[in-house]
Design a protein around this ligand. Structure first.
Ligand SMILES: [Fe+2]
Ligand SMILES: [Fe+2]
Length: 291
C-alpha cells in the first residue's frame, strides 16, 4: 500500500473518530437534558453535581482517564430511570413513600439501565447506573450486591448522591429560585445538615459505603469549602469568566432551564456555552462568581 493511501486512510479514520466522539457527546448531552426533568426538587442541578464530583473523586483515586469519563457520564445520567415518574413521587424522600411508591422508586436504576444499554458506547455507564443504589453490606437495591461485586463508579456515585440528597433536596419545586448570593458561608441549618451527612458517611464507611471513596470525597468537599471561604464575590462579565471560578447564584433561562447552578466550578468547556447563552439574552451579561 502506498504511503499516500495509508496517510489518507489514517486521516479518514481520525475524522471518523472525531465524528463518533462528537456524536457520542451529543447523545450524552441530549440525555442529560432529559434528566433535568426529574430534578425539579433540588436546589441546583443534582445530576451535574453528581457527575462532576464523582469524576473528581475517581481522578483522586487514581482511576484511568476512560474510567473517570465513564463515571462522570454515569453520574450525569444516574437517575435517568426516573423519567416519567409523577411529581408526587419525586417530591418524597424514600422514608415517606408507601410500599407501592417505594417499589416503583426502587425500579429506577433498572429502568435507567434499560435505556442506556441500547447504546453500544454506554455499556459500562449502564452497569454503573444499575448499581448506584447498591451498598457494601448488601442492603442496597436492585440486586443486593456486596463489597467488591459493586463497580467502583457506582460506589463513588452512591456517596456523592447521599451527600447531595441530604443537602440540596427540597420539598417544593426549586425552579426559578435564586439562592442567597452573598454568603459563601452556609446558613446554620445548612451547616447542621452538612455536619450530619459527613458524620453519617464516616460512621458507615467500610460497612455500607466504600471507605476510600468516603475518605476522598470528604477531603474534596472540605477543601472546596475552605477555598470558598477565602474567595471574593464579584460580578464578572461573561466573556471575562475564567476556568476555576465558582458560580454564586443559580442562573435560569426565561423558560426555567437551569443553565448553571450555585457552587458549580467553571470548566473551559462551559465558558463558550455561557457566552452563547448571554448573547442570546438567556442569562445576564454579568454573573456573580467567587474568584
Ligand atoms: Fe438514584
Ligand atoms: Fe440521585
Amino acid at each position: 500500500m502506498s504511503s499516500l493511501l495509508v496517510h489518507e486512510l489514517e486521516q479518514q479514520l481520525r475524522q471518523l473518530e472525531t465524528q463518533l466522539a462528537e456524536s457520542f457527546m451529543q447523545t450524552v448531552e441530549l440525555l442529560s437534558t432529559l434528566v433535568a426533568a426529574v430534578e425539579r426538587f433540588y436546589e441546583g442541578s443534582h445530576c451535574r453535581f453528581i457527575g462532576y464530583k464523582a469524576a473528581e473523586v475517581a481522578r483522586r483515586l487514581g482511576l484511568s482517564e476512560v474510567e473517570v469519563f465513564e463515571i462522570q457520564v454515569a453520574g450525569l445520567l444516574h437517575d435517568i430511570g426516573k423519567i416519567g415518574y409523577p411529581d408526587a413521587l419525586l417530591q418524597k424522600f424514600p422514608t415517606e413513600m408507601t410500599a407501592e411508591e417505594r417499589h416503583l422508586y426502587e425500579r429506577h436504576p433498572e429502568l435507567g439501565w434499560h435505556i442506556l444499554r441500547k447504546h453500544s458506547g454506554l455499556q459500562t455507564v449502564a452497569e454503573i447506573v444499575l448499581q448506584h443504589h447498591e451498598r457494601l453490606d448488601g442492603s442496597g437495591f436492585p440486586r443486593h450486591l456486596r463489597g467488591r461485586q459493586i463497580h467502583i463508579g457506582a460506589a463513588i456515585i452512591a456517596v456523592v448522591d447521599v451527600f447531595h440528597n441530604a443537602l440540596y433536596r427540597r420539598r417544593r419545586e426549586a425552579r426559578y429560585r435564586h439562592a442567597a448570593p452573598t454568603a459563601p458561608v452556609p446558613s446554620p441549618e445548612e451547616q447542621q445538615r452538612y455536619i450530619q451527612v459527613l458524620r453519617h458517611l464516616e460512621e458507615k464507611a467500610g460497612s455500607v459505603y466504600h471507605p476510600a471513596v468516603v475518605r476522598t470525597f470528604i477531603e474534596l468537599v472540605e477543601e472546596e469549602r475552605r477555598a470558598l471561604g477565602q474567595r471574593l464575590l464579584q460580578a464578572v462579565a461573561v466573556n471575562q469568566l475564567r476556568e476555576g471560578m465558582v458560580v454564586a447564584e443559580n442562573y435560569y433561562t426565561p423558560y426555567g432551564l437551569l443553565v448553571i447552578a450555585q457552587g458549580e466550578r467553571l470548566t473551559s468547556a462551559m465558558l463558550p456555552v455561557l457566552v452563547r447563552f448571554a448573547e442570546l439574552g438567556e442569562i445576564p451579561h454579568k454573573l456573580l462568581v467567587w474568584v
